[in-house]
Design a protein. Structure first.
Length: 243
């Protein structure tokens, strides 16, 4: 069936990206899971199905959940052009892809906890105004302080502020800085523990800024400027929030 074939292509692509993020070749992964390299190539191309045992072995070798391999990626990520390919296989690209993998798995985990009633999650806070300048970024930061009852008080825990704003943060020991996304009414972020505490705090604040003002990691885009300009605006708003 056409739909099933499309699903296997998607699964194969997620296997390929997970493999590249680990920095291993097709031959190395094939040897690790007991497959011929040509069979793995067909899996990544979506022309060969996986059975349950093979899926479990791949998830273990790639250090991802089976759910990550078989579930569709969040809509906002599925439309993003992949940064990691055989031609652009760099350490930075690997770190970025690995953070995204952990981000997607964290989204699935949070969704399960919400469905079980362990977590209560309402719609995340989203700044109602337009943000196109540094002044707008500061205004958005002041708005967030008002909405969360902070006023002008210092922020003791940026992670607690993220949760009060509707963004669930996972701290991980992976290399890189951080990443975030919004899927429906769930907002999640991951922040690397590598680097000094000030850098981690700044990264968490930056990812919160992405949530509040909206950007390409959300299905509700609130910024019309370029990505570089949005990063500058987000950083400026972060500074106003941290004081």
């Amino acid at each position: 069936m056409t739909g099933e074939q499309h699903d296997w292509r998607r699964i194969g692509e997620q296997v390929r990206l997970a493999r590249l993020s680990m920095g291993v070749s097709q031959q190395e992964l094939a040897d690790g899971v007991g497959l011929d390299r040509t069979m793995l190539a067909k899996i990544e191309a979506g022309t060969r199905r996986l059975d349950g045992v093979e899926l479990a072995r791949l998830s273990r070798m790639l250090k991802v959940s089976m759910e990550y391999l078989i579930e569709p990626r969040p809509a906002v990520l599925s439309h993003r052009t992949a940064l990691l390919t055989e031609e652009t296989d760099t350490e930075a690209a690997r770190s970025s892809e690995r953070l995204e993998i952990v981000l997607v798995q964290w989204l699935h985990n949070v969704q399960q906890l919400v469905d079980l009633g362990v977590l209560r999650s309402g719609p995340p806070l989203r700044y109602p105004g337009t943000v196109a300048s540094e002044a707008d970024g500061r205004a958005a930061a002041r708005w967030l302080r008002q909405e969360t009852g902070l006023g002008t008080a210092p922020i003791d825990s940026i992670v607690n502020l993220c949760e009060r704003s509707g963004q669930w943060v996972l701290v991980t020991d992976l290399p890189g800085d951080g990443a975030s996304l919004v899927e429906g009414d769930l907002a999640v972020a991951v922040v690397s523990t590598q680097g000094d505490p000030g850098r981690r705090r700044a990264t968490a604040a930056h990812e919160l800024g992405h949530l509040i003002i909206g950007d390409e990691y959300s299905t509700d885009l609130g910024v019309s400027t370029s990505r570089a300009a949005r990063e500058a605006v987000t950083s400026r708003g972060r500074g106003a929030r941290s004081r």
